[in-house]
Design a protein around this ligand. Structure first.
Ligand code: 13P
Ligand code: SF4
Length: 357
C-alpha cells in the first residue's frame, strides 16, 4: 500500500465515555433455556423477528437464526429489515442499526434491547459540528459511514458500510468527485489508499478497533507463521498493513471458511468468533492483541455497547416495548435518501464482484 498522509479535519474530537461492560447474571442451562423459550413465545405473539449483528452475544445470534430472524453485518441487517414480513423488528446491535431499520421501515415497530447502546463513531460526530464541517466544504460529496445518527445521515449524499465503501468511493472518484468522509478516520484512510480518491476525513475512531496494536500483532504473527491475519478496516493503519484480508464482518467470516489456513489471527470485535466457530469449527481462532490502554477492559476487544444486548434485556423490551426507535418524519424523509442510494448501488452491483466484501 502507498504510504500517504491523510487529510484530517482539525475540530477537537468530543470526549467519548464508553460505558463499563454490563455484567449480566450467569444463567444455568435450565434457566437459559426457559428464558429463550419465553422469548420465542413473545416473538411469535407479537409477529416480531430478531435482526442481530455478528458482534452480539452468541445466544442472541442462535435465537435469531432459530426463530426466522437474521444475523448479519450492518449492510445485510438493513436489507433484511426491508424484506421481512414481520410487524416488529427487534434489532440487536447498536443504535444506528435500529435507526436505519426504522428509517427504511417507518410502518414497522422497531425495538432494541437497549436504546442506550450507541457507538463511539456516532457519539464522536455530533450533527451540528458535522453540518458546519460540510458547509465549509461545499465542493465535496458527503459520504458517511452507517455508524452515524439519523441527523448526520440526513446531511449526507451517500451512506456506506464497510462492505460497500470501496466500490461507492471508486464510483465517485471516477466521476471526478472529491469526498468529505465521516466519521471513522481509519476506515476513511484505508478507503483513500485503496481508491486514490481525494478525501477529507472527520477525526473519529472506534474505541474497540483503535486498541489493536501493530507492534504486538507483529510479534504474534511470528509465533503463528501459518495464520492468516484478518482485520476490520476500522483498525489503525499499522494493523491493516499486516492483514491478509481486510474487510467487513461478513468478509472476515467468509475468509475463515474459505482460506486453507489452519489458524487465523482476528482483529475485530470478539463477538464475531461465535459465527466463525459455528461455520468453521476446526479452525483455530486467535484474538489479535490489544494493549489495553484506554480500553474499558484490560485486554478484550468487545464493544461495550454491543454487550448491552443480552437475553435478559431482550425479554425486557418484548415485555415492556419501552425501547422503541422513533425517528421524526421530516428527518426520516431526508435520511432515507442516502441510505436508499447505497442500497440501490449495492443491488446494481450484485452481479459484479464486491471489492471490499
Ligand atoms: P460491519 O458493517 O462490517 O458489520 O461493521 C459494523 C461495525 O460496527 C464494526 O465495528
Ligand atoms: Fe461502534 Fe466500534 Fe462498537 Fe462497531 S465496535 S459499534 S464501530 S464502537
Amino acid at each position: 500500500m502507498t504510504p500517504m498522509t491523510p487529510m484530517i479535519q482539525t475540530n477537537p474530537r468530543p470526549p467519548i465515555v464508553a460505558p463499563p461492560h454490563p455484567q449480566w447474571p450467569d444463567l444455568d442451562p435450565t434457566a437459559k433455556q426457559a428464558l429463550k423459550d419465553r422469548i420465542r413465545g413473545l416473538l411469535k405473539a407479537q409477529n416480531a423477528v430478531l435482526v442481530a449483528h455478528y458482534y452480539t452475544d452468541g445466544d442472541l445470534q442462535e435465537l435469531a437464526e432459530e426463530t426466522g430472524g437474521h444475523v448479519a453485518d450492518s449492510l445485510e441487517m438493513a436489507r433484511f429489515g426491508a424484506q421481512s414480513g414481520a410487524e416488529t423488528l427487534v434489532v440487536c446491535g447498536v443504535r444506528f442499526m435500529g435507526e436505519t431499520a426504522k428509517i427504511l421501515n417507518p410502518e414497522k415497530r422497531v425495538l432494541m434491547p437497549d436504546l442506550a447502546a450507541t457507538c463511539s463513531l456516532d457519539e464522536g460526530c455530533p450533527a451540528d459540528a458535522f453540518t458546519a464541517f460540510c458547509d465549509a466544504h461545499p465542493d465535496r460529496t458527503v459520504v458517511v459511514y452507517a455508524n452515524t445518527s439519523a441527523a448526520v445521515k440526513a446531511r449526507s449524499d451517500w451512506v456506506v458500510t464497510s462492505s460497500i465503501a470501496l466500490p461507492i468511493v471508486r464510483h465517485l472518484a471516477a466521476r471526478g468527485e472529491k469526498v468529505l468522509w465521516a466519521p471513522d478516520k481509519h476506515l476513511g484512510h484505508y478507503v483513500e489508499r485503496q481508491t486514490g480518491a481525494d478525501m477529507l476525513l472527520w477525526d473519529g475512531a472506534c474505541v474497540v478497533h483503535e486498541e489493536f496494536k501493530g507492534f504486538a500483532l507483529d510479534r504474534l504473527r511470528r509465533l503463528h507463521p501459518d495464520a492468516a491475519v484478518l482485520v476490520h478496516p476500522e483498525a489503525p493503519d499499522e494493523v491493516v498493513e499486516q492483514a491478509d484480508v481486510v474487510g467487513s464482518t461478513t468478509a472476515l467470516i467468509k475468509a475463515v471458511t474459505e482460506l486453507p489456513n489452519p489458524e487465523f489471527i482476528v482483529a475485530t470485535d470478539a463477538g464475531i468468533f461465535w459465527k466463525m466457530h459455528q461455520l468453521a469449527p476446526h479452525k483455530r481462532l486467535i484474538a489479535a492483541p490489544t494493549a489495553g490502554e484506554g480500553a474499558t477492559c484490560e485486554s478484550c476487544a468487545h464493544c461495550p455497547w454491543m454487550a448491552m444486548n443480552a437475553l435478559q434485556s431482550l425479554e425486557r423490551v418484548l415485555l415492556t416495548g419501552d425501547q422503541e426507535v422513533c425517528i421524526e418524519p421530516t428527518l426520516r424523509e431526508r435520511a432515507v435518501i442516502p441510505i436508499r442510494r447505497m442500497l440501490d448501488f449495492a443491488a446494481a452491483q450484485v452481479s459484479a464482484p464486491r471489492l471490499a466484501d
